[in-house]
Write a protein that binds this ligand. Structure first.
Ligand SMILES: [Zn+2]
Length: 228
């Protein structure tokens, strides 16, 4: 996966489908890309996530398409209302002093469960929004997961990507991936449909939080707060 800003490229992760192929400095490279984007709390226009296949050919990874495209507008129309459940959770998390990331699990068009990142609230290293949401749904039959869509306000980390793959959830709808992106190509590589809505509301929640509490954000994504 490559992060592009204007004409410059940063390599975030060279191999896109196999986690064991990730370079040892992957975290630092992603962090550098993230710092470039969020320097001073400013939004950097034109940030796009792209991927490079093993053969070297580039292709877009944002299935919803660029801002202003009819494809993206269609995706927002189709999924925006259900994403509100996840956004509501993110806002509750922010009010609790936690990391403002929310998730919702939808099966057959109906809300099955919702959850939010509660690492701070529960003093938990693993209670990301997607995990909290799946946990809230309780034990489910494999056939239920096969019909589910996971909504999350922020692009999933590898922990949550692994949960999606384990349970065979076929579609993930993402509020934004400007702040962070890790598992999208891994999901696609395993046949999961990934839809990125690129919602300002989700990005602003994270931008405000990262500016106010950078140490909590770095802890969440396992990056040295000193910048290493
Ligand atoms: Zn996660």
């Amino acid at each position: 996966m490559l992060v592009e800003r204007d004409d410059a490229w940063w390599v975030c992760a060279v191999q896109q489908t196999n986690v064991i192929d990730l370079p040892p400095d992957w975290n630092a490279r992603c962090e550098n890309a993230w710092r470039a984007r969020s320097a001073g709390g400013r939004r950097v226009a034109g940030l796009r996530i792209r991927s490079r296949s093993r053969s070297g050919a580039r292709r877009r990874t944002t299935t919803a398409g660029p801002r202003g495209s009819s494809r993206r507008r269609g995706a927002v129309r189709e999924y925006g209302e259900l994403m509100e459940h996840a956004i509501e959770q993110a806002r509750i998390g922010a009010a609790e002093g936690g990391i403002p990331i929310g998730a919702a699990l939808v099966v057959g068009g109906e809300l099955l469960s919702a959850g939010r990142n509660r690492r701070v609230q529960r003093a938990s290293p693993t209670l990301h929004a997607e995990i909290d949401c799946i946990e809230s749904a309780g034990r489910q039959a494999a056939s239920t997961y096969r019909r589910a869509t996971l909504f999350t306000t922020l692009s999933p980390c590898f922990l949550c990507t692994g949960a999606v793959l384990l349970f065979g959830i076929p579609r993930v709808v993402i509020g934004e991936n400007r702040t962070y992106a890790a598992g999208e190509e891994l999901l696609r590589g395993h046949g999961v449909e990934v839809v990125v809505l690129d919602l300002d509301e989700c990005a602003e929640l994270m931008a405000d939080f990262v500016t106010a509490r950078p140490e909590l954000w770095h802890e969440d994504i396992a990056v040295d707060d000193a910048g290493g």
